[in-house]
Design a protein around this ligand. Structure first.
Ligand code: PBG
Length: 330
């Protein structure tokens, strides 16, 4: 009667026991990096409206948050500074202030949790009064590539000397990975890793993040440096460049709408691949879950697993803490 059904795939789906035996991918707190926002002051934990459950922490509370995260198994954090508007200038010089908010935050986390890995962001947008990741030519409005590299390199060296373990260039200037690697090596930071934002697209999914840092561009958009969402072969070009310039990890950003790019890079590189599950992706889940339209926890687990299935070794996600809490109760 069932001669024609030689294969019955449902046999391997009959129970959780057998499903867990044949499951091809896994996601644990080891795979996650928690992005955290930092603000000046003391005893501050300021909610971010468009990112429910995310905060801007002052340095003292940031250290406490990192202790909690580490205890939950999240062992890497990516720090993003929300800079006071009075310190934002067109030369973005606050980005290399050795006694600024960012170096303070890095040192505080390393002090509080020495084993925690601290990842940083290298781009001028939090410091630049124009809101761009590079310096802006005041006459033409163009983003100045080579002039920006010098500042990015200084920024990376300052972050490394404050204790950062992984430098994250997110600016998309040409040649920045090589410039930063040279700079770090010449100052003796040979063991400081670079996680390059290799395929970073000009995306509307960054909206809530720019609210969190108040860092949206004042004029124009980021399309002359971030990638066109229509392109995938160009991601391989960026990956080959970053590899040859000395990157230790390649990142794809955003994540959920770019799973094909994650897979492409995983197939075309031997470096670990990271994916950034960005602010807009987080905000959409939170908003729909608040309305009762989707199940927050199930969507979170499915999304995080999708990154792993696509080929991401590491996922930066605002869900990191929530996931780790669920995982510890499993
Ligand atoms: C800054 C930077 C951005 C993000 C990470 N680093 C924003 C941007 O490029 O405009 C976005 C992160 C997110 O949306 O979660 N260069």
């Amino acid at each position: 009667m069932s001669d024609f059904l030689l294969q019955r795939p449902r046999r391997l789906r009959r129970s959780e026991t057998i499903r867990s035996m044949v499951r091809e991918n896994s996601i644990t707190p080891d795979h996650l990096i928690a992005p955290l926002f930092v603000v000046a002051g003391k005893d501050q934990k300021i909610a971010i409206n468009s990112m429910p459950g995310q905060f801007r922490f002052s340095v003292d509370l940031l250290a406490k948050e990192c202790q909690q995260l580490f205890a939950l198994g999240i062992k890497t954090v990516a720090l993003f500074p929300a800079i006071d508007p009075s310190l934002k200038t067109s030369d973005a010089l606050e980005s290399v202030n050795p006694s600024g908010l960012y170096p303070d935050a890095i040192k505080a986390v390393k002090n509080a949790v020495p084993e925690m890995l601290v990842m940083t962001d290298v781009a001028l947008d939090p410091y630049n009064s124009d809101g761009h990741d590079g310096l802006v030519d005041s006459k033409t409005g163009q983003i100045l590539n080579d002039e920006t590299l010098e500042l990015l390199t200084k920024m990376a060296i300052m972050q490394a000397s404050s204790g950062a373990d992984i430098i994250g260039p997110s600016d998309m200037m040409d040649g920045r990975v090589g410039a930063i690697r040279d700079g770090l090596d010449s100052e003796g930071f040979i063991d400081t890793a670079i996680m390059s934002y290799t395929a970073k697209y000009a995306s509307a999914f960054y909206g809530p993040f720019r609210d969190a840092l108040d860092s949206a561009p004042k004029a124009g958009d980021k399309k002359t440096y971030q990638m066109d969402p229509a392109n995938s072969r160009e991601a391989i070009k960026e990956a080959l460049l970053d590899e040859s310039e000395g990157a230790d990890f390649l990142m794809v950003k955003p994540g959920i709408a770019y799973l094909d790019i994650i897979q492409t890079l995983a197939h075309n590189s031997t470096l670990p691949i990271a994916a950034y599950n960005v602010s807009g992706e987080y905000a959409m889940v939170k908003a729909a879950a608040e309305k009762g339209w989707v199940d927050n926890d199930k969507i979170m687990l499915e999304m995080l697993m999708a990154f792993r299935r696509a080929g991401a070794d590491v996922v930066l996600s605002y869900f990191a803490k929530e996931f780790a809490q669920l995982y510890s109760r499993r």
